[in-house]
Design a protein around this ligand. Structure first.
Ligand code: PMP
Length: 325
């Protein structure tokens, strides 16, 4: 679908996957005016299930607003997405755990070398089958995280809450460093005091301390994850106290030293729930729950994936049915 300032969003169409031809002066190449989303469709008997697609398109519009991109009609996009999923059923899995990854994105396509928001855009949705995130025997195998305190991902008043390309560009170097030091993911801290925990590479983060569950609040510099939102709703429903409060690395390490840090896990579309087994900060490296997935992480994973695939009733109204005929 295209946008032109005189015509608004227009010309929605489904075309075979192919390279794009673009002007080298397109604003997206120089000034990074780009936003995206990530969600999945799961196969379930004779239909597919989309997990909270309305939330993804709401978040797309929040990102658009911040990046000065014109808003899109969220209902129209959910309907368009259903048509896309119905059209191409080659993705239907023959292996347990497979799903269809969906990547909507918008780029500023106007050719202009001056710094300004584009007057023309393209919105595209690409679809790709993906295998199970956890395979074989390593269901919910814990990851190790490296607390980054040289670089920051985003600042308050910046674009951290938007799903915009630049946030990911800014994180690449730190992610490579963490991998070089032998850790799977980066844990970001706040930009001012470098003490408050923000989020992990492509996940939000939760800590179970002394029976209560903590997660950093949506302060403008972290991405409001849709899995995060679902996990909070479930945890509350199960009767846990959930604290969306600022939490520092010192507090997490102190809780570990007191024997109160029970579980740490990340949440996101790809992994759903990813237990954290090792946390490295400065000279300290702590091992959480003997580097094993904890009970809360396992329960959350089972419940959310059962709702996503339709094997458990969706009493939260999260899934949207797409008949496959
Ligand atoms: N934070 C960042 C930076 C991410 O890229 C993602 C993945 N979209 C998340 C958190 C988790 O968000 P969600 O649960 O919507 O996938």
């Amino acid at each position: 679908m295209d946008y032109h300032e005189d015509e608004g969003w227009h010309d929605a169409r489904i075309v075979p996957y192919a390279p794009l031809e673009m002007d080298p002066a397109s604003i997206v190449f120089h000034y990074g005016q780009a936003v995206f989303e990530g969600l999945k469709a799961y196969p379930s008997s004779d239909h597919a299930l989309l997990f909270r697609p309305d939330k993804n398109f709401q978040r797309l519009n929040t990102s658009n607003e911040r990046m000065n991109i014109p808003p899109v009609d969220e209902r129209f996009l959910v309907d368009a997405l259903k048509q896309l999923v119905q059209l191409d059923q080659d993705w239907l899995p023959n292996q347990e755990g497979q799903s269809l990854y969906i990547r909507p994105f918008i780029i500023g396509t106007e050719a202009a070398l001056s710094v300004k928001p584009a007057a023309q855009y393209k919105l595209m949705i690409i679809l790709s089958p993906v295998g199970a995130y956890y395979t074989g025997g390593d269901q919910l195998s814990p990851v190790s995280i490296y607390v980054e305190d040289d670089f920051v991902r985003s600042v308050r008043g910046g674009v951290g809450f938007a799903k915009t390309a630049g946030n990911y560009a800014a994180s690449l170097k730190a992610q490579m460093n963490a991998a070089t030091y032998g850790y799977d993911q980066v844990l970001w801290l706040d930009a001012v005091e470098k003490r408050y925990i923000e989020e992990v590479g492509s996940m939000n983060i939760f800590f179970k301390i002394n029976g209560e569950v903590y997660t950093p609040p949506l302060n403008g510099s972290i991405l409001p994850g849709i899995t995060r939102d679902s996990v909070i709703e479930l945890i509350r429903y199960w009767g846990y106290t959930i604290r969306e409060e600022p939490i520092t690395v010192d507090e997490v390490i102190a809780a570990h030293q007191n024997g109160e840090l029970e579980e740490v896990f990340g949440t996101g579309t790809a992994a759903v729930i990813s237990p954290v087994g090792i946390l490295k900060w400065k000279d300290e490296e702590i091992t959480i729950n003997e580097n094993k997935a904890g009970k809360l992480a396992l329960d959350l994973y089972d419940t959310i994936t059962s709702i996503q695939t339709g094997s458990q009733t969706d009493s939260f109204g999260w899934t949207k049915h797409v008949p496959l005929v």
